[in-house]
Design a protein around this ligand. Structure first.
Ligand code: KIV
Length: 275
């Protein structure tokens, strides 16, 4: 949100996000994984998410599964230094919120304290997950849910495919979303589901839905920053709109620099110091 003069409002809160849904204002969310991109994204986003997608786009893993709590703390702290306006949410990585509610609270508490984030996000919406969400909310840790395609379960789901196709699967997603709302989540990410399913879920909840690959009816949208900037050329998905082609620009700049250095054109007098 900006004022008429263009200045950004003070920090976004979870209450403000719910009020934005009530006013019909779309919520803007993007991921960031370091200080500098965190600062840039903070200029326009309402929510900055330190996603465990950092496993793929920063650490070079094939999935989010190898990402650890230490990884999330390390990157979450860096992003925190750049984010002043948006609500900062940090992902809970694989196996940090499944064992027991006590373990979940301990892990989320570490993430929360060490990063200074305002909320954590975790995947899943079944009754057991809702129990963990309830424990976190009780401990004073705001939670964003994440249902539909849950990347940490990519192998159990049989691949990164659209979820909730067919009446029964769509009903399951709706039930999961309601369970998360009832457990106290302040928002829920809807990943890779048919647009009508996401529309039905968004209409049924009082908390905002943040869509990714789930059509236009969600209360907000999120994308992985490196995908929308055209930095991650190995990932192609129908739902990603590239807003820049940074990989090409980076490649071109590096090539030009290498040619200049090899050709003795850099550094020249303009980039050197006199005695
Ligand atoms: O890890 C991540 O970046 C995410 C978003 C894609 C929602 O969970």
């Amino acid at each position: 949100m900006s004022t008429e003069s263009g200045a950004r409002q003070p920090r976004i809160t979870t209450r403000e996000l719910i009020a934005m849904k009530q006013r019909g204002e779309r919520i803007v969310c993007l991921t960031a994984y370091d200080y500098l991109f965190g600062r840039l994204v903070d200029e326009a986003a309402d929510i900055v998410l330190v996603g465990d997608s950092l496993g793929q786009v920063v650490l070079g893993y094939d999935s989010t599964i190898p990402v650890t709590l230490e990884d999330m703390i390390h990157h979450g702290r860096a992003v925190r230094r750049g984010v002043r306006h948006a609500l900062l949410v940090v992902d809970m990585p694989f196996l940090t919120f499944q064992v027991s509610p006590e373990d979940t609270v301990r892990n989320a508490g570490r993430l929360f304290q060490a990063t200074g984030a305002e909320a954590v996000k975790l995947e899943g919406g079944d009754d057991e997950t809702a129990r963990h969400v309830r424990a976190l909310v009780r401990a004073g840790i705001p939670v964003m849910g994440h249902i539909g395609l849950t990347p940490q379960s990519v192998h159990a789901l049989g691949g990164a495919r659209v979820q909730g196709r067919g009446g029964e699967a769509g009903e399951r997603i709706l039930a999961d979303a309601k369970a998360l709302e009832e457990a106290g989540a302040f928002a829920v990410v809807l990943e890779l589901m048919p647009a009508p399913v996401a529309a039905q879920v968004s209409g049924a909840l009082t908390i905002p839905t943040i869509g990714i690959g789930s059509g236009p009816a969600c209360d907000g949208q999120v994308l992985v920053l490196h995908d929308m900037l055209g930095l991650n050329e190995r990932f192609h998905a129908k739902f990603v709109k590239p807003y820049a082609s940074l990989a090409e620009q980076v490649r071109g700049a590096v090539r030009e620099y290498a040619e200049d250095v090899r050709g003795g054109r850099y550094p020249d007098a303009a980039h050197s110091f006199e005695q």
